[in-house]
Ligand binder design. Structure first.
Ligand code: OAD
Length: 234
């Protein structure tokens, strides 16, 4: 394997599946049990804020019972062991990359462990339940707090920074994502259009965008990612 100095790793729900966090589109995935329109849109929050808060409260509470798996830990080791830069761009809202040792992480779809005030815009760490009776610790309005999550119809976070990282990388790795949600699904094409970076997909099965990758490895992330990291650090 060539020696890479600037690696961007895109991750999706599949990287956390072996930790026990549900994916979205697999059998029994979250979108089989809930309708996106009921829990993951600004309109849903406007219509039934309690239902939306509860959906994310349950998921926030689940985070306390899951641990990073071998894939998260290997990615943490890649960042500390590589003579270069490794940035994780994750669609996941869990905190398993942080707990696996990665420090350079962009949560493009937000973070379960945070809430945002719809009045003053402040973002807060929020480990417990949030409801319409929770008061904003900054502007004291209530109801005011919403999950710090990007819902369908909203713009993902830090897109400018992500695009410049994609343009500068020499290796782009995509792990555990179905490739069905844009803009993340388009990152591989962007990388290939801008430069000469190598591109690798690691996923349980070929994703919707598998044909856009120069190299694909199919199987469980907890097995394949440590092997890939070993090759990259050799
Ligand atoms: P999906 O549920 O769409 O896809 C998960 C992918 O992970 C699938 O292709 C699985 O085959 C794969 N997978 C499952 N277990 C795996 C394992 N152990 N190892 C490797 N791969 C595995 O999840 P995402 O692609 O992350 O957005 O979904 C993208 C976005 O759609 C999410 O961030 C979320 C969702 O709606 C919002 O909520 C805004």
């Amino acid at each position: 394997m060539a020696s890479y100095k600037n690696i961007v790793v895109l991750t999706g729900a599949g990287v956390s599946a072996e930790s026990g966090v549900s994916t979205f589109r697999d059998n029994d995935g979250l979108w089989e049990q809930h309708r996106i329109e009921d829990v993951a849109t600004p309109e849903a929050f406007h219509r039934d804020p309690d239902m939306v808060q509860n959906f994310y409260n349950v998921r926030r509470a689940q985070l306390k019972n899951v641990e990073p798996n071998a894939a998260h830990i290997a990615l943490g080791a890649l960042e500390s062991g590589l003579d270069g830069q490794v940035t994780i761009v994750t669609q996941n809202v869990d905190n398993l990359h942080e707990r696996g040792g990665s420090t350079s992480i962009i949560h493009m779809h937000g973070e379960l462990g945070k809430v945002r005030c719809t009045c003053c815009g402040y973002v807060f760490l929020w480990p417990g339940d949030c409801s319409q009776s929770s008061q904003c610790p900054n502007c004291f309005n209530q109801p005011a707090l919403r999950p710090h999550i990007v819902w369908f119809g909203e713009m993902p976070f830090e897109m400018d920074r992500i695009e410049s990282l994609l343009g500068a990388c020499d290796l782009f790795i995509s792990i555990g994502t179905s490739g069905s949600v844009y803009p993340a699904a388009g990152f591989v094409s962007l990388v290939r259009a801008i430069g000469a970076a190598h591109t690798i997909e690691v996923n349980l099965e070929p994703s919707d965008g598998a044909s856009h990758f120069a190299e694909t490895r199919h199987g469980e992330a907890g097995t394949l990612v440590p092997l890939l990291v070993e090759e990259l650090l050799a």
